[in-house]
Write a protein that binds this ligand. Structure first.
Ligand SMILES: Nc1ncnc2c1ncn2[C@@H]1O[C@H](COP(=O)(O)OS(=O)(=O)O)[C@@H](OP(=O)(O)O)[C@H]1O
Length: 293
């Protein structure tokens, strides 16, 4: 893999989208001062939704050579954004010094079929991070988030089991279930990118003990090891690890680590049985296995 710290340096515009500005203006900075520039990302966290993408991004941001886009950009998966072109995408990025790595996370990229080719067109050498989590747990987390949104908007909602089961059988059409079929989505990425360019992060391990996962991610990104165990402490009130850096203490907000919507043991068993085959396919694809239900 080439050095990707400067994101946009690897002739990023193979096929500029229709409304993008000229290649030279899109690949260079829109503005600069003190040698800082906004650069295209050298690494992208592509998913999975509810896998721990925010935690991973914030934790990578502890590294002095990393700057992250604070908000999800949704450039490659939202047509309205994509039509604005790479110059717009770059303008969403943080200012970085030469040698710093820009990282963005948009979990919606992983399952969106149009995204892999578009990312490749931006930079075929970009490094991809995929954080996965037990697919059954992820599905419940996904449902819980949608439920929370509907409740706050005073909209009606269906119980999880009603969405998940149809006449006692798993409803294959349920969107949150589809998003947990990692092998289907990864297959599309592997049509475009070699596996070596996709680093799989164990989201369950990141919850239990973040440091080892961060060390592996640093290595994948060719970053010198700068993140330390002392950057993390377990917050008993939050029930999760929080971050410590330069005397600042930061936990993720209350939308991360919510109590999950209940699911009967029987339905969970069905779900786990359903995921057995897809999980096996995913393990074969990535050449490692996870202790999922
Ligand atoms: N340190 C720490 N603090 C809080 N939360 C943590 C942490 N590490 C991982 N997680 C897990 O991240 C889950 C949310 O994943 P995402 O950030 O990918 O969600 S989203 O797709 O962006 O909405 C979120 O899922 P839920 O527990 O289901 O809310 C968390 O379990």
């Amino acid at each position: 893999l080439r050095d990707l710290r400067s994101g946009g340096s690897v002739s990023p515009l193979h096929s500029p989208p229709p409304s993008s500005s000229s290649p030279s203006s899109a690949s260079s900075s829109s503005s600069s001062y003190n040698a800082t520039q906004q650069r295209l990302p050298g690494a992208i966290i592509i998913g999975v939704r509810k896998g721990g993408t925010r935690a991973l991004l914030e934790m990578l941001n502890l590294h002095p050579d990393v700057e992250v886009a604070k908000a999800e950009v949704h450039y490659f998966n939202v047509e309205e954004h994509f039509r604005r072109g790479l110059a717009w995408y770059r303008a969403q990025m943080p200012f970085t010094l030469p040698g710093q790595l820009t990282v963005e996370k948009t979990p919606g990229y992983f399952a969106a079929p149009q995204v892999p080719v578009r990312v490749w067109d931006m930079n075929p050498a970009v490094r991809l991070l995929l954080i996965v989590r037990d697919p059954a747990e992820r599905l419940v987390s996904d449902y819980t988030q949608v439920l929370h949104n509907r409740l706050t908007q005073h909209k009606p909602y269906q119980p999880l089991e009603e969405l998940l089961l149809h006449k006692g059988h798993i409803n294959h059409g349920y969107k949150a279930l589809q998003r947990s079929l990692y092998h289907l989505h990864l297959a599309r990425w592997l049509e475009v990118f070699p596996l070596e360019q996709i680093h799989v992060v164990d989201g369950d391990a990141l919850i239990r003990d973040p440091f080892p996962e961060l060390r592996k991610a640093e290595r994948f990104l060719d970053l010198p090891p700068r993140i330390n165990p002392s950057n993390f402490y377990f917050n008993t009130t939050k029930g999760f690890y929080c971050l410590l850096s330069a005397g600042h203490d930061k936990c993720l907000d209350e939308s991360k680590g919510r109590p999950h919507a209940p699911l009967s043991t029987q339905a969970l068993k069905k779900l786990c049985r359903f995921f057995r085959k897809p999980n096996k396919r995913f393990f074969e694809m990535v050449g490692r296995s996870f202790s999922w239900c």
